[in-house]
Design a protein around this ligand. Structure first.
Ligand SMILES: [Zn+2]
Length: 348
């Protein structure tokens, strides 16, 4: 059994995750411009002084949802922080580091971000400099989830505005306390034990060791037919009812004529290898490595990504391949492509 650090974890609730973080840049027009272009947000109050004034803001404001962008560190700073954490004898780690180490020691080495809530006090104006403090707000008891057994951790990040910060790269808690609160963000993660999801393990037919099941596809009303088809032994391709154009991956509408009406046709399963990769790393326990994955051009004209049951040394772009529908467990059947002998002259 893994350790249980419930008491030590409870003692960390309410503690700071680490030192206050100072925004590298004041709220500025260049970053706002890049953001709204990337997001396709055309609200003029983010770029036009006149529109923002007319709207009653007294000048340009930053998009509220851009909040986190102001305090994000660049890659270099993130890598430096990571290497500091890796050196055991240097500075004592933050409470966040201690919390993560305790959760890891409980066997909860996998992590997934689950949700993020933001609360805005007022719009941010050009020239404001933000500082954040982070507090470990909640660590739950163990929960059983679809991913595995884990604890949810909520971190609260409080944003304050400090207009007179100057060039300071770090500030004390006392200085932060004098700032004006402008927003709060709650960020929740699940730290869980890999391989503990309900029904996560399948045994090899020969009684071999248990291994995690293959990841499930994200089913939608557009793509469910494909996986229902493979379970029924058919490799299906979506077809536009209006113009008969085939499409894959599945989409709600035809890219050629815009029709929302579609049906399917059954593919022969034959095609040729359009491209491929051979994955060596990272190794996911559900798969065998090296793992060849192909982009197959079906003879009907669409392409799909699938496993290749072909020795990586034999892989050649353009080689003829044929699908076999393989059941990996009681829910999941997928096409796996084998190599076919090159077209022979049958005339003899
Ligand atoms: Zn169409």
């Amino acid at each position: 059994m893994s350790a249980d650090h419930s008491e030590e974890l409870a003692a960390l609730v309410g503690r700071r995750s680490g030192a206050p973080q100072v925004a590298p840049d004041a709220v500025n027009l260049a970053m706002i411009r890049h953001w709204v272009e990337a997001m396709g947000d055309e609200n003029p109050v983010y770029l036009s002084e006149e529109a923002a004034t007319d709207a009653g803001f007294g000048g340009i404001v930053a998009p509220p949802t851009m909040l986190q962008a102001w305090i994000m560190r660049g890659l270099k700073a993130s890598l430096e922080a990571e290497s500091r954490r890796a050196e055991p004898e240097t500075t004592a780690g933050s409470d966040n580091d201690r919390m993560m180490a305790l959760l890891d020691d409980e066997g909860r080495t996998s992590v997934v971000a689950t949700n993020c809530d933001q609360h805005y006090v007022r719009p941010l104006r050009l020239g404001e400099r933000l500082v954040t403090t982070s507090t470990i707000e909640d660590i739950t008891a163990e929960k059983k989830t679809g991913l595995g057994e884990g604890r949810f951790v909520t971190t609260r990040i409080d944003f304050v505005s400090l207009p007179d910060l100057g060039e300071h790269a770090s500030v004390s808690e006392e200085v932060v306390a004098a700032g004006e609160p402008v927003a709060t963000m709650r960020f929740r993660i699940l730290k869980y034990r890999p391989g503990t999801a309900k029904g996560a393990e399948v045994r090899d037919g020969d009684g071999g060791p248990a291994r995690p099941r293959r990841p499930r596809p994200a089913l939608t009303q557009d793509n469910a037919f494909f996986f229902e088809g493979t379970r029924a032994g058919k490799l299906l391709i979506q077809r536009c009812v209006s113009c008969h154009t085939l499409r894959h991956p599945p989409l709600p509408a035809c890219a050629v004529c815009g029709s929302l009406d579609w049906d399917t046709v059954q593919a022969s399963g034959r095609g040729e290898l359009y491209s491929f990769v051979v994955v060596h790393y990272p190794k996911v326990p559900s798969f065998d490595y090296p793992l060849p994955i192909g982009l197959v051009a079906l003879e009907e004209g669409t392409r799909l990504v699938a496993d290749l049951a072909i020795d990586p040394a034999e892989l050649r772009i353009g080689m003829p391949v044929e699908a076999e529908l393989v059941s990996f467990d009681d829910e999941l059947t997928l096409p796996v492509f084998h190599g076919l002998p090159a077209e022979r002259d049958e005339g003899g």
